[in-house]
Design a protein around this ligand. Structure first.
Ligand code: PEP
Ligand code: MG
Length: 556
């Protein structure tokens, strides 16, 4: 038994087998082969083995998660027999004389291209399956296991760190917990884990060694500990603690349907942050008042090309419908900094957090921006959507973004397309500049939502991705709390509302302060909604308000 200690990034206790995420494993070399027939046989054997793996996977998934979830693997099996896949690969081997792994990779590229070029939603979804299946065959040919797609059972996934584009690919139910040797608590990987309710321990250092691959572990995401090869007594103790946690969660369910109201009658909306359509189910299950932040960029991170209007429309419509008329705030594309996609061909930057990101990309690429806005407006006919622009620093950016939104609305009217004409437009308060001109910005929009993760980074000049700076990253710094008050007063003077959707919103020690400041909405990970409701229902705000505001002693 060995105990690894790191930082708890997302709570929960799980036990399972640890697997290392292999991203470097599929380094395919282009070679010519002497014996083409033998190479073709090698390809045939790899396909057979892949088919056998998929059968096993299908069976175990059907048992654990039901038949519907297992269907994907049946489709993958069919792809192994796909005539185009076989023709292209075998032609490259037999007529080109190339090695099987190169031939499979080339066939994969060609098929993915055809599917993504089709512009059809269904076909485009299949491109991801082609990649998954061909990755499986390639890794068998290379004698390696790789990536999440290759997890043959739900596992605890370990790596030095995960890029947001990698976490975006995780299938719910496959990843039991995330472990990283590096990583920062405010990184998008940690945020992703909290949103999905996946336990996570980060900063485990060199102790998280690949030699632990395949070992059984117990992960305590709150304490930040990982027990490798737990003995019987330890395992029992953790299982007992997990039952306690489950019982606590069960008890919180009694709060479903109740108001987020303090003992003295002050209310605040408690909404959920999501990264994808499936997360909306978690929001519903946890009785969120709505979606305070839909990180739409995760739709972009999951794909090998920018999602088109139809696929975005479907995603926004699905979430709007799932939320059944409750407000869903869709944040427009917030790509850049740590969230990178190759297909936008953005230059490498010295200071990406200060670089071309979020609204700046959208204003430079109105083509991309308009597609997203059209999709959101069209989906607004199916629920209650709001639009939010990220990373605003100047008034002209908001005016320009609104102008583009207005042109999209005009287009839709001309085309006779139905949409909700009352869709609210808001901005994220993530830069000190936005706070200092919040009076001017408030006149332009319906709401503010404070992104405390970035606002802390830019106010305290602390890189949120740098794990060595965590003690300096104080999102509850008085500078931040004063900023909240300045922004809240500005938007309230203009009749709008203000939320907090950064991680600070879940800090229950500050809930009373947020309410005294006048914050109207707190948006947190889905499984933090009910704990926050519990806190709110035990608070007295009015009597503490003068003292709290006095302690902030702002400039207002
Ligand atoms: C924030 O910056 O606080 C925020 C909510 O946005 P993100 O974490 O996605 O940058
Ligand atoms: Mg942000």
């Amino acid at each position: 038994m060995e105990i690894l200690r790191g930082k708890g990034a997302s709570g929960g206790i799980v036990s399972g087998v640890m697997r290392f995420y292999k991203r470097e494993g599929l380094d395919v070399q282009k070679r010519t082969v002497e014996d083409r027939a033998k190479e073709k046989e090698r390809f045939g054997r790899a396909r057979e083995l892949a088919g056998a793996q998929l059968s096993e996977l299908m069976e175990s998934t059907a048992q654990k998660l039901g038949k519907e979830n297992a269907q994907l693997f049946e489709m993958h099996q069919m792809m192994l027999e796909d005539a185009d896949f076989l023709d292209i690969t075998e032609d490259l081997i037999t007529n080109g004389g190339f090695n099987a792994e190169y031939a499979v990779q080339e066939a994969s590229k060609q098929l993915v291209q055809i599917l993504t070029d089709s512009g059809d939603d269904y076909m485009m979804e299949r491109a991801a399956d082609v990649k998954d299946v061909t990755r499986r065959v390639t890794s068998i040919l290379l004698g390696k296991s790789s990536g999440v797609g290759q997890l043959d059972e739900p596992s605890v996934l370990a790596s030095n760190d995960f890029a947001p584009s990698e976490t975006a690919e995780f299938e719910p139910g496959k990843v039991l917990a995330l472990l990283t040797s590096g990583g920062a608590l405010n990184s998008h990987t940690a945020i992703f884990a909290r949103t999905m309710g996946i336990p996570a321990v980060i900063g485990l250092g060199a102790g998280l060694d690949e030699k632990l691959d395949g070992m059984s572990v117990v992960v305590d995401g709150s304490a930040g500990t990982v027990i490798v090869n737990p003995d019987g007594g330890t395992l029992e103790e953790y299982l007992r603690r997990r039952s306690e946690e489950d019982a606590k969660k069960e008890k919180l369910k009694a709060l479903i349907g109740l108001e987020n109201k303090t003992l003295d009658g002050v209310t605040v909306e408690v909404c959920a942050n999501i990264g994808g359509v499936d997360d909306a189910d978690l929001a519903v299950r946890n009785d969120a008042c709505g979606i305070g932040l839909f990180r739409s960029e995760f739709l972009f991170l999951q794909n090998s090309s920018a999602p088109d209007e139809e696929s975005q429309f479907k995603a926004y419509k699905d979430v709007a419908e799932k939320m059944g008329g409750k407000r869903v705030v869709v944040r427009t594309l917030d790509i850049g900094a740590d969230k990178q996609v190759d297909y936008l061909n953005l230059d490498k930057e010295e200071n990406p957090a200060l670089g071309l990101r979020a609204i700046r990309i959208c204003l430079n690429r109105p083509d991309l921006f308009k597609i997203q806005l059209r999709a959101i407006y069209r989906a607004s006919a199916f629920g209650k959507l709001a639009i939010m622009f990220p990373m605003i620093a100047s008034l002209w950016e908001v005016k320009k973004a609104k102008e583009i939104a207005a042109s999209v609305r005009r287009e839709l009217i001309a085309e006779g397309v139905k949409f909700d004409e009352t869709v609210e437009i808001g901005i994220m308060i993530e830069t000190p500049a936005a706070v200092m001109i919040s009076d001017l910005l408030a006149a332009e929009v319906d709401f503010f939502s404070v992104g405390t993760n970035d606002l802390t980074q830019y106010t305290l000049a602390v890189d949120r991705q740098n794990e060595k700076l965590e003690r300096f990253f104080a999102a509850d710094h008085p500078a931040l709390l004063r900023m909240l008050k300045i922004a809240a007063d500005s938007i309230h003077r203009n009749g709008g509302w203000i939320g907090i959707c950064g991680e600070l919103a879940a800090n229950t020690a500050l809930t009373v302060t947020f309410m005294a400041i006048g914050i109207d909405e707190l948006s947190v990970a889905p499984n933090q909604v009910l704990p926050l409701r519990e806190t709110i229902r035990g608070l007295q705000v009015s009597s503490l308000k003068p003292e709290i505001l006095d302690s902030l002693k702002g400039l207002w």
